[in-house]
Design a protein around this ligand. Structure first.
Ligand code: PEP
Ligand code: MN
Length: 338
């Protein structure tokens, strides 16, 4: 950490900073300039917070120089991590498209969805049984019964299932139905107790970006999961809040290369919740793959106009199939496969 002292700093003020650095078990290196005195704290700076110093007299600013996230950082693990999702690799050369409806509605809807996901050539399926709805009066999902329908439909095509977990009390039922990937939604990205609990499982976790989270907050949220022992984490960019009203969220394509540089873990993109309209999904999907995403999480419904949730953004089965065709060419152009 670097602590910058003001121009008229006294020896007493410098000594107070040095004492605090040493008390935490680090060494202090004082560099006196004409305008500023800078103190470098050398050692394990995770023991220090900037507030420990900015509250002292004479201190102008304090900043960390080491990353606050360790396990998830590429610095600690140079090689890209490939996560094995019930036999399907995510994070390697092959791009994975996870498709399915926003929510689990009926057994028939899930059976048809599984068939269309499989026919489009996707190897993983999504569907929400516990839904985080803005209105408490909107359909909240079928809960455990929904997991049952999902599992039954997906197992016919051997599709691993991805579904959202909202509350740690539901973990047992997720394990009971052997959910293959636990999705943490945008609204829970910083639900630290929930993150700690999924960190105790060994299930792959899709961690969606909080709708107004910075990349470093997102990485720190992932570190919560990793610190508990579960390193099977997949980042999912799903758009962030914007002043623009023409689309639901703004897809932060820049986050893809930034994350790929910062972390060794896979990065996927959800073009459906970003755009909020089905017609935008192909363009956003193509941009995501071209920018280096390892996969997509796409909403598809057998009959979008009948969807109980997020009807506007669901692709038809035919649109999903067509999209898969165009993505193969983009994957090939950047040396990857679909
Ligand atoms: C979802 O994937 O259905 C969902 C609710 O997404 P988000 O958390 O990104 O809004
Ligand atoms: Mn949705």
């Amino acid at each position: 950490m670097i602590i910058v002292m003001g121009s008229e700093v006294t020896d007493e003020e410098v000594n107070a900073v040095v004492k605090k650095v040493e008390a935490a078990g680090l060494k202090a290196n004082i560099s006196r300039g004409i305008e500023r005195t800078v103190i470098g704290a050398i050692g394990d700076e995770r023991k220090l917070t900037t507030e420990m110093f900015t509250s002292l007299r004479g201190v102008e600013s304090a900043m960390h120089i080491a990353k606050q996230y360790k396990i998830v950082s590429r610095e600690s693990h140079k090689q890209s991590t490939v996560i094995d999702i019930a036999g399907v690799p995510l994070g390697g050369n092959q791009i994975q498209i996870i498709a399915g409806p926003c929510s689990v509605e009926t057994q028939e809807q899930m059976d048809l969805s599984a068939q269309f996901v499989h026919e489009a050539g996707c190897r993983l399926m999504r569907g929400g049984a516990f839904k985080p709805r803005t209105s408490p009066y909107a359909f909240q999902g079928h809960g455990a019964e929904g997991l049952d329908m999902f599992r039954k439909a997906a197992s016919k095509y051997n599709l691993p299932i991805v579904t959202e977990l909202m509350d740690a009390r539901q973990i047992d039922v997720f394990l009971e139905y052997d959910v293959d990937v636990i999705q943490i939604g945008t609204r829970n990205m910083q639900n630290f107790d929930l993150l700690k609990e999924v960190g105790r499982t060994n299930k792959p976790v899709i961690l969606k970006r909080g709708m107004s989270a910075t990349i470093s907050e997102w990485l720190m949220a992932a570190e919560y999961i990793a610190a508990g022992g579960n390193h099977n984490i997949i980042f999912c960019e799903r758009g962030v809040r914007t002043f623009e009203t023409a689309y639901r969220n703004v897809l932060d394509v820049t986050a893809i290369p930034v994350l790929k540089k910062e972390t060794h873990l896979p990065v996927i993109v959800d073009p459906s919740h970003a755009g909020g309209k089905a017609w935008m999904v192909p363009a956003l999907s193509q941009a995501a793959i071209a920018a280096g995403a390892d996969g997509l999480l796409v909403e598809m419904h057998p009959s979008p106009c009948d969807a109980w949730c997020d009807a506007d953004q669901a692709l038809t089965p035919q649109e999903l199939k067509k999209l898969m065709g165009t993505l193969g060419a983009i994957a090939g152009a950047i040396g990857r496969t679909l």
